[in-house]
Structure formats: structure tokens, C-alpha cells
Ligand binder design. Structure first.
Ligand SMILES: C[S@@+](CC[C@H](N)C(=O)[O-])C[C@H]1O[C@@H](n2cnc3c(N)ncnc32)[C@H](O)[C@@H]1O
Length: 272
């Protein structure tokens, strides 16, 4: 059974699944996705065991609620109506209420904000404007229940990506889909977290990938084709260029092909 993400997330990997799934398909161990976002690769792969994590606490709360409390979430989400005043009230009160109420608010905003983006200001306040849609689906009960079933097999954690070092063991697979390093300063379109993700974070990610690979963990990484990223992944990595379609207008239906990278670490230790 194929399951689709229940939330739209910038950088979603649905279109790249035919390229990515063969690289991360189960080899017997657990699957780890430490920059979870919309989780398109996890849902497409449907692994038997997984550890899913992200630094975004609101997002992780929504995943936990979808997994554990979907029958409470569906009525809470169904109450929302597609109106600008409801949107603005919800945006202001995003962090108030029970876990289920907060998950419903995040999903409602995601379905009704401009282009389904997630962006916060320096204080961590969600600041994406109201989006123009024709009758958007706010509560897809069937899709949420399918996502809930898929997530029952996953451990879900709110944490930074480095923690995967404590969790992955030989024979496991880790797929990293970090916020991409912009090709140029002006192509930086969004900040997923208050802190952003700098070149030194990308260097740290490369070091984590090397350490995992040395322990016999299979590692696959997506990133932009920025020269600084190519320079990071030399010895020990295979780098493939792929053409990815990216939204280029406000409706998300105009697409342009951009080159991005799929980087695989060459295993340097025998598998367990
Ligand atoms: C490109 S998105 C992931 C897209 C997702 N894989 C998909 O297919 O929809 C990057 C994610 O990394 C998260 N993130 C940013 N900095 C992080 C960090 N230091 N540790 C863990 N997650 C982080 C963001 O919250 C965001 O959800």
C-alpha cells in the first residue's frame, strides 16, 4: 500500500522517488530519516522499522499525533473552514492548546497558506501568508488514517540530525535530505528553522555521513549542486547528478528543471 505525505513540505521528494527508492530499499536493517519534512521517502518506502526525526517541534508533534491519535485529529481538523480570518487567528495561536489541537492547526495552515510553505521569522513565529485556493481539502481523513498506519512502524523523535549517530547500527540505512545549500545567495527561498542551515552545518553532516559509513551504515544524501557541496563530497562518496523539477511560481504548477545531487557513501566497513 503506497501512502502519501499528509503535509506539503518545501523540497518534497515525491517526484524523485523512482531514483531514490532503489538506493534506500531495505537491506534488513532499520531506515532512518533525520530531516523528515513531509517524509515522502519514508512513505514511499514503507520500511518495516524506521526512526524519523526533525528539528521542527511543531512538525514532529503533528507526526506523533497522526500516528497515535488520528481518530481525535480528524474531527479537530474538520472544524476548520477556509477563511482568511480563521487562518490569521490560527497562525497567531499555533502553539496554544493540546497536542491534537496544535497538530490540527499546523495541518490547517499547511493546507491553506501560500504554496504550502513552512517559514518562520527570527522569533520562530510562522509567517507564511494566506494562500488562494479553490476549495482546498483541509481534512483528508482517509489519507491521514493511511499515514497513521504507516507511522505505527516508526519511532518519531524531535532532535537534531547528529543524534542519528547514536541510533544507527551496521546494516541500517540513513537518508539525509537537509535544507539545501543555495546555489546562489538569491536562490535561498526559505528558512525551515530559526537557525537556518549553514555551510558549517553541511560540513558537519558530511562528517556524520563518514562516521556512519565507517560503522557499516548505508548513507544516501540529497543536496543542491552548489560548488561548495561538490567540494565537500570527494573521496569515499559517489555523486550522481539528477534533473529535479522545482516549483517556479506561486501556484506551484510552473516547473523548471534544476540539477541536484544524490550522494552515496561508499561503505568502508563490512556490514554486520
Ligand atoms: C528539505 S526538508 C526535508 C524534505 C523531506 N525529506 C521531504 O521529502 O518532504 C529539511 C528538513 O530539515 C529540518 N532541519 C533543519 N535543520 C535541522 C537540523 N539541524 N537537524 C534536523 N533537522 C533539521 C527542517 O525542519 C526540514 O523539515
Amino acid at each position: 500500500m503506497t501512502t502519501l505525505p499528509f503535509i506539503k513540505w518545501a523540497g518534497g521528494k515525491r517526484r524523485l522517488l523512482p531514483r531514490l527508492l532503489p538506493l534506500v530499499r531495505a537491506t534488513g536493517g532499520r531506515y532512518h530519516e533525520p530531516f523528515l519534512g513531509g517524509g515522502a521517502v519514508f512513505f514511499g518506502l514503507a520500511p518495516a522499522g524506521a526512526v524519523l526525526s526533525d528539528a521542527n517541534a511543531r512538525l514532529i508533534n503533528a507526526y506523533v499525533v497522526v500516528r497515535d491519535s488520528v481518530e481525535a485529529l480528524v474531527p479537530a481538523l474538520s472544524k476548520f473552514t477556509y477563511e482568511k480570518s480563521v487562518f490569521l487567528d490560527t497562525r497567531r495561536s499555533l502553539d496554544a492548546g493540546t497536542e491534537v489541537e496544535r497538530a490540527a492547526k499546523l495541518i490547517f495552515l499547511n493546507k491553506t497558506c501560500f504554496n504550502g510553505l513552512y517559514r518562520v521569522n527570527a522569533r520562530g513565529e510562522f509567517n507564511v501568508p494566506f494562500g488562494k485556493y479553490v476549495a482546498p481539502t483541509i481534512c483528508d481523513a482517509d489519507g491521514l488514517r493511511k499515514a497513521s498506519t504507516a507511522l505505527k512502524r516508526a519511532e518519531i523523535r524531535h532532535e537534531h540530525f547528529e543524534r542519528v549517530l547514536e541510533r544507527a547500527v551496521a546494516g541500517d540505512t540513513v537518508y539525509f535530505d537537509p535544507p539545501y545549500l543555495p546555489i546562489s545567495a538569491t536562490s535561498s527561498f526559505t528558512s525551515y528553522t530559526e537557525g537556518g542551515f549553514s555551510l558549517s552545518d553541511h560540513r558537519r553532516l558530511r562528517d556524520v555521513a563518514q562516521a556512519l559509513s565507517a560503522q557499516g551504515v548505508r548513507v544516501v544524501i540529497s543536496n543542491s549542486a552548489a560548488p561548495a557541496i561538490r567540494a565537500l563530497y570527494g573521496d569515499g562518496f559517489s555523486v550522481a547528478e539528477i534533473a529535479a523539477a522545482r516549483s517556479i511560481n506561486s501556484n506551484g504548477d510552473g516547473r523548471a528543471a534544476v540539477t541536484e545531487l544524490i550522494i552515496s557513501a561508499r561503505l568502508t566497513a563490512p556490514k554486520a
